[in-house]
Design a protein around this ligand. Structure first.
Ligand code: ARG
Length: 471
C-alpha cells in the first residue's frame, strides 16, 4: 500500500515535555491512539482521578486549593462527555490525556498536579478493572433474569413429556420442564464464575505508578477504599502488567456463550418442521424475502453465531499477553476492544435468549409423538425384568432388544404389544409390566434426586429459586 508521508510539521505533544520538536507521522498517530476505543472508560477514569486527588490533598502532597479546582474541573468534564459536548482528540492519544488536557484548559496549571505519584500505567489498569467490575455485575443481573424466565417456563411445562436424547437419538422420556432446568444450572455456574472473578479482581492497582511505586507518601489503602476495592494490589510490577481480570471476564463470557449457543441450537432444532416441538412468535423470527411460508429462528442462530467472536476475543487477549516481558508494553492497549465487544455481545445474547424463552410455546402433542417413536421405555422394561424376575441386567438388556425388534417389525410401541407377544420372548413377564411401559409412567417413576419426574421438577424449581436467590 502506498501512502503519503506526512510532512513532520505537526505540533509536538505538550505532554511529552521539551524533548519532542515535532508531532508523530500520520500513521504513527493512527496506530498509537486508543481514544476511539477507551473513551468508554471516561467515568472510571474520572472517578479514579477524583479519588487520587482527594488522597493527594489528605496526604498534603498537593495544596487543598488545587485539589478543589481539580475536582471541580473533573466533574465538569464528566458532564461534558456525558452530554456529548466533549471534543475527543486523536493527537492526545487516549482518554487519560484527553481528560488531563481539557482539565488544563479549564483550570490552568493546577491541572498538572493531578498526575503526581501516578502514571497512565496504573491509571489504565485501574480504569479497566473498574469498568469490568461494573459490567460483570450487569451481566450477572441479565443471567438472573434468564434463569427466572427458564424457571417460569419449567413451571408451565413441568408435566410435558419430550424425548430425552443421547447422540440426538431418542433415549428416555423426560419432561420439558426438567430439560429447561438443566440450563438454569448452567447459567447458575456462569454467575458463580462471575462472582468468583469479581472477588479476585477487587484490588486497586492505583498508586503503583509507572511500575516501581512512588517516593511520595501516598495512601493506597485510602484510594482503594474510596473506589470500592477490598485492598490495594501488593506488587507494583504485577499491578501494571496484570490483565488476568480481563482474561477472567473474557473466559466468563466464553463459557456463558457456550451455554447460550447450546440452548440456541436446541431452539433451532425444536423449531424445525421436522421436529415442530416449539413455536416462536413474530417477535423472535424473521420471514424470507422469497419463500412466503418461512419463519426463521434468526435470533437463535445469531446467538449461536456470536460464540465465534466471543471465543475469538478470549484467544485474542491471551495471545497479546503471551510472552510479554514485565511490565507494561503498548501491546496491552489492545486489551480493551475484545473486552468491550464480549461484554456487549454477551449482554445482547442473554437478553435475546431471555426474550425467546418467555416467547416460546411448546407443542406437547408433537413432543409426545416424537417420544413414542424411539422405544424410550426400553430401559424401564429392562429394569422391570431385573426387579421382578431377578435376572442379571445384561441378560434383560438382551431380552428387551428382542422385544424392541418385535415391536419394530409390527410397527407398534412397546406398550401396544400384547402380553402373549411379550411372553413369547420372556415367559416370566406378567401384565404388571404395563405399569412401566408408557412414557407417562416412565417419567413419573424418575423421582431420584435431580431426576425428571414432574413432581421432582416442581420441587426443584422452588429449590433452584432459593439456591440462586431468585424471588
Ligand atoms: N492508552 C494506554 C493503554 O490503553 C494507556 C497507558 C499508556 N502507557 C504508556 N506508558 N504509554 O494501554
Amino acid at each position: 500500500m502506498k501512502r503519503k508521508v506526512q510532512p513532520k510539521t505537526t505540533k509536538a505533544n505538550p505532554m511529552w515535555g521539551g524533548q519532542y520538536s515535532t508531532g508523530p507521522d500520520q500513521v504513527m498517530e493512527k496506530i498509537n491512539e486508543s481514544i476511539s476505543v477507551d473513551q468508554q472508560l471516561y467515568k472510571q477514569d474520572i472517578a479514579g482521578s477524583i479519588a487520587h486527588c482527594e488522597m493527594l490533598v489528605k496526604k498534603k502532597i498537593i495544596p487543598a486549593q488545587d485539589g478543589k479546582k481539580i475536582i471541580k474541573g473533573l466533574s465538569q468534564i464528566e458532564k461534558e462527555i456525558y452530554r456529548g459536548k466533549f471534543e475527543f482528540k486523536t493527537e492526545l492519544e487516549d482518554i487519560h490525556m484527553n481528560i488531563e488536557s481539557r482539565l488544563h484548559d479549564l483550570i490552568g496549571d493546577a491541572a498538572g498536579k493531578l498526575h503526581t505519584a501516578r502514571s497512565r500505567n496504573d491509571q489504565v489498569a485501574l480504569d479497566l478493572r473498574m469498568y469490568i467490575r461494573d459490567a460483570l455485575k450487569v451481566v450477572d443481573g441479565h443471567l438472573e433474569e434468564l434463569q427466572t424466565a427458564l424457571l417460569d417456563k419449567a413451571q408451565t411445562y413441568a408435566d410435558t413429556i419430550m424425548p430425552g436424547y443421547t447422540h440426538l437419538q431418542v433415549a428416555q422420556p423426560v419432561t420439558f420442564g426438567h430439560h429447561l432446568l438443566a440450563y438454569v444450572e448452567m447459567f447458575g455456574r456462569d454467575r458463580s464464575r462471575i462472582l468468583d472473578s469479581l472477588h479476585r479482581m477487587n484490588e486497586s492497582p492505583l498508586g503503583s505508578a509507572a511500575l516501581a511505586g512512588t517516593s511520595f507518601s501516598i495512601d493506597r489503602k485510602m484510594t482503594a477504599k474510596t473506589l470500592g476495592f477490598d485492598r490495594p494490589t501488593a506488587n507494583s510490577i504485577d499491578s501494571v502488567s496484570d490483565r488476568d481480570f480481563a482474561i477472567d471476564c473474557l473466559y466468563a463470557c466464553s463459557t456463558s456463550i457456550m451455554h447460550l449457543s447450546r440452548l440456541a441450537e436446541e431452539i433451532v432444532i425444536w423449531m424445525s418442521q421436522s421436529f415442530a416441538f416449539i413455536s416462536l412468535s413474530d417477535a423472535y423470527t424473521t420471514g424470507s424475502s422469497i419463500m412466503p411460508q418461512k419463519r426463521n429462528p434468526d435470533a437463535a442462530e445469531l446467538v449461536r453465531g456470536k460464540a465465534g467472536r466471543i471465543y475469538g476475543n478470549l484467544l485474542s487477549l491471551l495471545t497479546t499477553l503471551k510472552g510479554l516481558p514485565l511490565t507494561y508494553g503498548k501491546d496491552m492497549q489492545e486489551d480493551k476492544e475484545p473486552v468491550f465487544d464480549s461484554l456487549e455481545s454477551i449482554s445482547l445474547c442473554i437478553a435475546v435468549t431471555t426474550g425467546m424463552i418467555k416467547d416460546l410455546k411448546a407443542n406437547s402433542q408433537e413432543m409426545l409423538d416424537a417420544t413414542n417413536k424411539g422405544f424410550p421405555t426400553a430401559t424401564d422394561l429392562a429394569d422391570w425384568l431385573v426387579q421382578n424376575l431377578g435376572l442379571p441386567f445384561r441378560k434383560c438388556h438382551h431380552i428387551v432388544a428382542n422385544i424392541v425388534k418385535m415391536a419394530t417389525d409390527k410397527s407398534c410401541r412397546l406398550d401396544e404389544l400384547s402380553l402373549e407377544d411379550l411372553k413369547s420372548i420372556e415367559p416370566g413377564i406378567t401384565s404388571d409390566v404395563f405399569n412401566v411401559l408408557s412414557v407417562e409412567k416412565s417419567v413419573a417413576s424418575r423421582t431420584s434426586y435431580g431426576g425428571t419426574a414432574p413432581s421432582n421438577v416442581k420441587r426443584m424449581i422452588k429449590e433452584a429459586k432459593k439456591r440462586f436467590g431468585i424471588h
